[in-house]
Design a protein around this ligand. Structure first.
Ligand code: HEC
Ligand code: HEC
Length: 402
């Protein structure tokens, strides 16, 4: 951020040559991969948003664009980056780091945390730099040849069971802004999902407890390599074929760019190494005991057993009949918990299942407890018994449709 840079930074940057984000030749041990992955996860950029446009670069150099912005401790801001390319320094936007971070109540940033407030809401990104416009460019490059609203439609369309609201995204009369702006609370419209069945930005600190990726278990998770494959696929290599349905046009079906294997592997190793942060305020012992009793009485541990508070299995969404010859049959607990079936049955992320999440999560921003403590569980039991989980997903889809 201008004013927070080391002396001579901008001139120094102009003289730099492109360098690999992760240099595997310097890596000796797992800790080196984790360190490299942490940096890559935070700073990796979206190549389609890179721009050398002098007007945009001038905006990002202008202190006025940063009014009211709170810099990170190292003087940087979130969401935007400079990248050294063969054709000079360009402005760009962050990839994983633009969604997978949580601004905590004390305004520190937890990388890999479940989003609550977006960085822009927390005044950590420069309002004078058109980040959204740059990101929109990336979508229209991915869906080459499509006007923006057609790209938005294509990202969500389910031609075998069309959702009228999604089909209408193509109509000029529909105001896209409110539909796509996001509803806050860490729920976003993800490609292959739907603006009407948002996907929750997950807490990556509990990912290593899972055997599947995404809330609906779209991919298997056996180790860092699977995170790497998933990241490569969703960013630039998803053919979006569903049975006999081809979502993309022939021009859109080529791989536009690909992150280096070592970058993706480092990110996978880092993400799988994350652990839920320690609870800053240990809960009172009597509450823990009460929580444990209720947890036992309600048989929550059948799906959420200690110490990870998940079996790692999948459960069918309401209304999905599990076929007996399902290839993942051994991982399926055939009992629905009544969560809203929209994402799991009516989008291209739909597998018919929701995975059982670990409860060692940090999603509850209002709770002082941020690990697997029984206090958190006892608070959640209250909301679960009041239909909390069902209400949660209903609230998501309602908020998207309003
Ligand atoms: C536009 C926001 C956004 C960006 C950018 C993004 N993600 Fe995600 N990510 C999500 C959302 C939302 C989900 C949940 C999807 C779901 O449940 O279907 C997710 C899911 C994941 C998961 C699965 C987590 C779980 O609990 O199953 C991993 C791993 C992941 N992302 C890694 C990455 C990496 C690595 C990058 C950068 C290469 C990245 N993401 C970029 C929004 C984003
Ligand atoms: C049959 C398996 C099963 C049982 C039994 C079960 N759950 Fe769950 N739980 C799930 C699934 C699946 C989800 C994820 C639903 C979704 O993604 O919408 C979930 C989600 C949750 C969440 C939300 C976690 C998050 O970070 O979003 C909480 C909290 C929770 N369960 C607590 C409980 C409690 C407390 C009990 C006992 C009263 C219980 N669960 C019993 C399967 C189960």
């Amino acid at each position: 951020m201008p004013g927070k840079e080391p002396a001579g930074y901008w001139d120094w940057l102009q003289k730099q040559k492109p360098q690999p984000l992760v240099d595997a030749s310097t890596i000796r041990a797992k800790d080196d991969w984790i360190r490299a992955g942490k940096r890559a996860f935070r700073d990796l950029d979206k190549p389609p948003t890179r721009t050398g446009d002098p007007a945009l670069i001038a905006l990002a150099r202008n202190p006025a664009s940063f009014e009211g912005v709170r810099a990170q401790p190292d003087g940087s801001v979130l969401d935007v980056r400079w990248v050294v390319t063969d054709t000079g320094v360009q402005l760009t936007t962050t990839e994983c780091g633009s969604c997978h971070l949580q601004v905590l109540d004390d305004d520190t940033v937890l990388i890999g945390g479940a989003a609550g407030r977006f960085a822009s809401e927390a005044h950590m990104t420069p309002p004078g730099v058109p980040v959204r416009r740059l990101v929109a460019t990336a979508l229209t490059q991915q869906f080459e040849g499509d006007p923006f609203r057609v790209a938005a439609w294509r990202a969500a369309s389910t031609p075998w069971a069309p959702d009228a609201r999604v089909e209408h995204l193509k109509d000029e009369a529909v105001k896209l802004g409110p539909v796509l702006a996001g509803i806050g609370g860490g729920v976003v419209f993800r490609t292959n999902g739907s603006p009407y069945f948002g996907a929750k930005i997950p807490d990556l600190h509990i990912l290593h407890y899972s055997r599947y990726i995404d809330a609906t278990g779209t991919h298997r998770l056996r180790g860092p390599e699977d995170v790497a494959r998933y990241a490569a696929l969703i960013n630039s290599a998803d053919s979006m074929d569903f049975g006999s349905y081809q979502i993309l046009t022939p021009e859109q079906r080529h791989v536009r760019y690909r992150y280096a294997d070592e970058v993706l592997y480092a990110i996978g190793t880092y993400v799988m190494s994350l652990e839920p942060p320690k609870n800053p305020k240990p809960p009172p012992a009597n509450l823990v005991t009460r929580g444990e009793q209720v947890f036992k009485r309600e048989k929550c541990a059948g799906c959420h057993p200690a110490p990870s508070y998940t079996t790692g299995e999948l459960t069918p969404a309401l209304g999905f009949d599990v076929p007996f010859d399902h290839p993942n049959f051994g991982d399926i607990r055939d009992r629905s918990v009544g969560t809203d079936p929209g994402l799991a049955l009516r989008t291209r992320k739909g597998t018919g299942f929701y995975k059982i999440p670990s409860l060692c999560s940090t999603t509850d921003r209002s709770s002082a407890s941020r690990n697997c403590s029984m206090l958190r569980v006892s608070i959640q039991i209250t909301s679960a018994r009041a239909g909390g989980r069902l209400a949660l997903r209903k609230a998501r889809s309602r908020a998207w449709s309003s």
